[in-house]
Design a protein around this ligand. Structure first.
Ligand code: UDX
Length: 460
């Protein structure tokens, strides 16, 4: 591999923009390509079109070095040595399966632009198992001198820069030598030897900094590399739904799920992370990935193996229903005409992402039941108002809770933990709060005269 590598990043959404910016921070020449001119323009002007701590400063710094550019033209990516495929794979409304339109569109556009011989296409998008083999066959037919690798991405929103620059592991899905991926007539090109080594060497050059600081690299075949990503997300979703299922049991047994989780966490085989009981998971990844994983497993004949993920999904959605029902119960049996204050709109704190946000799902269900719902979130107001124009939005916590019959704490921003409950008591009509994330201090709220309810904890 001859340095310095030129890198293109195809798709500059959450994953791609972060990846492009971090790759230029590592010293590579990077061009980010997106079909959306608005995205490319905003990034070129130093604006990150979503909320991610630390990313915009890094974008500006690297734009200034001249190493980083954004474009809508695939031609600008043609001379890159490595192309990262970072486009989205949204859930198809009909089946829950992953929509591959953007992946296929990106590969088609790259091939039309004429990628360099010897360049490497690296898949990062979360895809159904079998996609890499299919794309390898496509390349074998149309651009046999372009290599393919599969390198899933595990970044968390809110920690995207840290997770990209210092990942906890790297997964390198490599092609097999002597394999033309179903394209029989390509044997005319001779035996492919050393392809696997060549691809691995390029990936090791791209990730040299992380590898040097001890990040482990797991080398795998294509299918395993694809599966690592969805298996990881399925495990995390299962862990959350497990503790939320315990929460349901705690509610009827009069037990406390937070104490239960804390006791479980000392068993190092279990561990304490992702045992936060509450309103459950949302976002652009976990819900869609477990559904797409099930859909794909069923297609390839392993549907039985993932049937439990149906239950993981169901337990997760039942937390939202339970929160709505508890709110209606605490409102005296009906929501019509009542004022509900919702603290939180993003699917999790430190994010402005509202995709499949449990908070907004609960807020909108209460609105549809006749409540007058006012929402406040430190970062996600613009996105929330665009998608849910019928909710009301307040400029701060005090405004949101003014005259409320009930307050719902649904996204656990640090700001909300720091609220002094006694300052809100006189603002609301009735001092009743549901802590849907189990992160407020019950004693503080009760001492300030509030009726405090949590999920999975005794309400005394
Ligand atoms: C997730 C994976 O963590 C990441 O590795 C993958 O690349 C993409 O999907 P992200 O969607 O950013 O990342 O969010 P994450 O921090 O994992 O949280 C997912 C959801 O689970 C949030 O709605 C969060 O509120 C919820 N959650 C998380 C819980 O309800 N309880 C917990 O204990 C942890």
């Amino acid at each position: 591999v001859t340095a310095p590598l030129r890198i293109s990043v195809i798709g500059t959404g959450y994953l791609g923009a972060t990846h492009a910016i971090c790759m230029s921070e590592l010293g590579f020449d990077v061009v980010g390509v997106d079909v959306d001119p608005d995205k490319a323009r905003r990034l070129s002007e130093g604006e990150v079109p979503f909320f991610e701590p630390g990313l915009e400063a890094l974008l500006r710094k690297n734009l200034e070095t001249g190493r980083l550019a954004f474009t809508t033209s695939f031609a600008d990516a043609a001379d890159a040595d490595v192309h990262f495929l970072c486009v989205g794979t949204p859930q198809r409304p009909d089946s829950g399966a992953a929509d591959m339109t953007y992946v296929d569109g990106a590969v088609e556009a790259l091939l039309a632009a004429g990628p360099k011989a010897g360049s490497l296409l690296v898949g990062k998008s979360t895809v159904p198992a079998g996609t890499a083999v299919r794309l390898a066959g496509w390349l074998a037919r149309e651009a046999p001198e372009v290599d393919l690798a599969w390198n899933p991405e595990f970044l968390r929103e809110g920690f995207a820069v840290e997770d990209t620059l210092r990942p906890d592991r790297l997964v390198f899905g490599l092609p097999a030598d002597d394999e033309w991926y179903g394209v029989a007539d390509r044997t005319d090109l001779g035996v492919q030897t050393g392809r696997r080594e060549r691809v691995e060497a390029t990936l090791r050059a791209v990730y040299a900094t992380a590898l040097a600081s001890g990040t482990p690299a797991v080398v795998a075949d294509f299918a395993t590399a694809e599966l690592v990503k969805v298996a990881a997300n399925a495990f995390l979703a299962t862990k959350i739904s497990f503790i939320n299922a315990m929460s349901e049991v705690c509610e009827v047994a009069g037990a406390d799920v937070k104490t239960l989780a804390s006791a479980l966490s000392y068993d190092t085989r279990i561990g304490g992370r992702f045992l936060g009981a509450g309103l459950g998971f949302g976002g652009g990844c976990l819900p869609k990935d477990i559904r797409a994983f099930q859909a794909r497993a069923a297609e390839i004949g392993a549907g039985d193996a993932l049937r439990f993920l149906d239950e993981v999904d169901t337990v997760n959605l039942r937390r939202r229903t339970r929160t709505v029902e508890l709110a209606i119960h605490l409102l005296g049996g009906g929501a019509a005409g009542r004022r509900v204050a919702v603290l939180g709109a993003a699917f999790k704190p430190n994010s402005d992402d509202i995709r499949d946000s449990p908070a907004l799902d609960v807020a909108d269900t209460l609105r549809r039941s006749g409540a007058r719902v006012t929402v406040y979130d430190p970062a996600a107001m613009v996105n929330a108002a665009r998608k849910f124009p019928d909710l009301r939005y307040a400029a701060g916590v005090s405004e949101a809770v003014a005259d409320a019959d009930i307050v719902l704490h649904l996204t656990e921003w640090a700001d909300f933990r720091e609220i002094e409950p006694s300052l809100l008591t006189s603002l609301v009509r009735r001092p009743v709060i549901i802590d849907g994330r189990n992160t407020l201090d019950p004693q503080r709220w009760r001492d300030a005269g509030w009726i405090y309810h949590a999920l999975g904890r005794p309400n005394v």
